[in-house]
Design a protein around this ligand. Structure first.
Ligand code: G3H
Ligand code: 13P
Ligand code: ZN
Length: 334
């Protein structure tokens, strides 16, 4: 049993309290490899932002859970080496699918876990989430639960439509489970294809597709029921069209990739939404930079020559999110 505090990590408790008071949200960036992690840590240090490093099931399968946890420990040391005296870094399990997975992460030093019982019948979701909370809280590890179903793929559970969170259920869920934060469904979804073109209208100024708005009335309903309780938004990539265009101009074939407009995320970040999950945008930034090097320099075969620009492009993206969307910059104490 390794406690996250011994690794220099923090849980989400104080981080969310400060975000709630300050009207901003903490970035929760997924990582699967060293380049993503380096870019996240550099962006967080240079903008003085707290950050949540997320490990999904796919990441655990791809890179190995143990290795990722050591990389997160290394991230704390790297942040300090970059000049950050007091980094605030959470290592979080994204979409935990069972008690056993959550326990295994807690036991190896994760400081926060999500137990995603959103696809289960309500009472089963309550029971599973409570079981994880009871275990996690013995070690001061914070727990994110979820109510409502996002359209698209949620860690192998796929749904073709949203089931928005029912505000009438949230008090009962939070009281019975004791969870520390709640992911809700208000129209975001995972991946780079969040809306079909038919669901969108064309912005006459830019010619770009604008998706239908998020269900802010549902968020308002949740906030009314649970004043001051930390809310989480999954599926919050904006799918930058510049990156999609670079990918497509250099041999890619991403058709009608559409994300959540940044103005909507800015609005959410000012509310009780304390954590905003972003993964797909990082994938796009990485892929765009790599495709461009491959197209411009077909003789290049040193991975550092294409992974380096990919890392730089992700760092730029993370900084842009922190400063212009989430507002979590300049929040660390020197
Ligand atoms: O929740 C979805 C995340 O983007 C993680 O996706 O399981 O393919 O790593 P993944
Ligand atoms: P995106 O696919 O919108 O980046 O969402 C990521 C996410 O919610 C991870 O849990
Ligand atoms: Zn998610």
């Amino acid at each position: 049993m390794i406690n996250y505090k011994d690794l220099g990590l923090v849980n989400t408790k104080v981080m969310f309290e400060k975000a709630m008071k300050g009207g901003y949200a903490i970035p929760a960036f997924n990582f699967n490899n060293m380049e993503q992690l380096q870019a996240i840590v550099k962006a967080a240090v240079e903008t003085k932002s707290p950050v949540i490093l997320q490990v999904s099931k796919g990441a655990r399968q791809y890179a190995n859970q143990t290795l990722l946890r050591y990389m997160a420990e290394g991230a704390v040391a790297y942040a300090k080496e970059l000049g950050c005296q007091n980094p605030e870094i959470v290592l979080h399990l994204d979409h935990g699918d069972s008690f056993e997975t959550c326990k295994s992460c807690i036991d190896m030093g994760f400081s926060s876990v999500m137990i995603d019982g959103s696809h289960l019948p309500y009472e089963e979701n309550v029971a599973l989430t409570k079981k994880v909370v009871d275990y996690a809280h013995q070690f001061d590890v914070t727990v994110e639960g979820e109510l409502g179903v996002l359209a698209g793929v949620e860690d192998e559970v796929s749904s073709d439509h949203h089931t928005y969170t029912d505000p009438a259920e949230v008090v009962d869920f939070v009281t019975k489970t004791g969870c520390d934060s709640l992911a809700i469904s208000i129209g975001t979804s995972h991946g780079a294809f969040k809306f079909t073109p038919e669901q969108c209208h064309v912005d006459p100024a830019t010619g770009r597709l604008v998706p239908p708005p998020l269900a802010f009335d549902v968020l308002d309903g949740v906030m009314k029921e649970l004043p001051g309780f930390p809310i989480v938004l999954h599926g919050s990539s904006s799918v930058p069209q510049e990156e999609v265009e670079i990918i497509n101009a250099n041999g890619g074939a991403l058709k009608a990739a559409i994300g959540i407009p940044e103005e909507e995320l800015r609005k959410a970040a000012k509310s009780s939404v304390c954590k905003i999950n972003i993964d797909s945008d990082s994938r796009l930034a990485m892929t765009a930079a790599i495709r461009k090097v491959f197209a411009d320099k077909p003789a290049e075969f040193d991975p550092r020559k294409y992974l380096g620009p990919a890392r730089d492009n992700m760092e730029k993206l993370y900084k842009e999110k922190i400063i212009n969307v989430l507002g979590s910059d300049n929040k660390l104490v020197d």
